[in-house]
Design a protein around this ligand. Sequence first.
Ligand SMILES: C[S@@+](CC[C@H](N)C(=O)[O-])C[C@H]1O[C@@H](n2cnc3c(N)ncnc32)[C@H](O)[C@@H]1O
Length: 362
Amino acid sequence: MKGQTDMDILRSASGSRSSDLLELRDDELTTTWQDFRLSSMPDLLGALHLCHAVHALATSGLLDRLREGRHSAEDGLLDGTNHRIASNVLRYLALKGVLEEWQGTYRLTRRGTLLTSDIALARLGFYLEAYGPVVQRAGDLMTGEATYGTDVHRSNGPLSRHCGTIFARYYTPIVLEAMRDRGAKRILDLGCGGGQLLVDACLDDPEITGVGLDIAPAAVDVARELASRHGLEDRLEFVVADAFDPTTWPEVCSGAEVITGIGVLHEHFRDGTKAVVDILNAYADALTGESMLLIGEPEPFYDDRESDSEFFLMHVLTDQGFPVHRTAWFELFEETRLTCRRTLTWATAGPRMCFYDLVAQS
Ligand SMILES: C[S@@+](CC[C@H](N)C(=O)[O-])C[C@H]1O[C@@H](n2cnc3c(N)ncnc32)[C@H](O)[C@@H]1O
C-alpha cells in the first residue's frame, strides 16, 4: 500500500463541519478489490450460502408452511422456531430472490418455487446432506490425514432418500418397461438404498413382489419404513447383505426373475475392470433360467451439462471407481458370461443413466 501522501484524498462537499467525510483512493487497493470481484468469488460465496439457506428452509419445515399458504408470523409461519433467526433467514432469502416480502408476509417467488421443487431439493440434498460431510474433509482426504470409510463417511440415510426421489421419477419407469418386456414379477434389488424402486414397482403392479438388499443398515431402515408407509410389508422384504458376493445372500434372495443393480457397480472400477467382470460373472452364475440382470449405471459425459464435474468430485473424494460411457460397458460385457440384450436410456430427461438388460449365456 502506498503512503498516505500518495493517496487521493477527496473531501466530501456535503461533509458538515462536525463530521467531515474523507474518501480515500488508492489505485493498488482498488485494483486488488476489483480483481476479487472479477474472480467471481463473491458469486460463489452467495451460491454456497444460498444452498444452505434453501436447505434450511426445507428442513426447518418453513417451506411446507409457505406452500400451505402460511405467509406471516401471525399465520403461524414461524411457530416453533427461533423467531429472530428464522425471520432474518427469510429476509436473506428475500434478498436473494427466493422469497418475496411484502409488509411482513412472505411468498415463494417463481425462482423460489423452482429452487424448491422435489427434484431440485433432492439434488441439493444429495450434495449437501449426503456428501457434505465428505466434501468438508476434502483437504484431509487429499493429504491422507483422513481416510474415507474410516474417518469420513457420507450420510447413507439422506443418500437413500434423495436418490429415491430421482429414482421414482426417472428410473422406475425404465425398470418397469424392462420387466414388462420379460413378464417378470419378482425383483431382487441390489444396493436398494431407500427402497424406492421396489415400492414404486409394487404400487404400479399388484402382482410384483421383491427383496431389497443393501450393505447400509440405515438405508435398509429407510426402505422398510417406506414400504410400511405404503402398506407393502407383505410384498417386500429388506435385508442387510453384500451385493457383490451372491454366495452370502440370504435364502429369500433366490428365485428372482429380475435382479437389478442401479448405481452400485461402477465403484469397483477402483480395483480395475477385472474386478467388475468378476462380479458380473458371479451374477451370471446366480441367475436362474431366463432371469434378467438389469444393471443401471450413470453415464457421465464430462460436458458439465448435468453437474458431471460435481458427480466426478464425489467419486474422487470417496475413492470410488468412476462411472464410464456405454461403449466401455459394452466392451466389458464381452469379457463376461453375460449377453447384453438391449440398452435403455432416457433421450433427454433426468440424470444421464443407461440400463443394460443382461442374460446369462447358455
Ligand atoms: C448410489 S446408491 C444407489 C441406491 C439406489 N440403487 C439408487 O439408485 O437410488 C448406492 C447404494 O449401494 C449400497 N451399497 C454400497 N456397497 C454395497 C454393498 N457391498 N452391498 C450392498 N449394497 C451396497 C449403498 O449403501 C447405497 O445404498
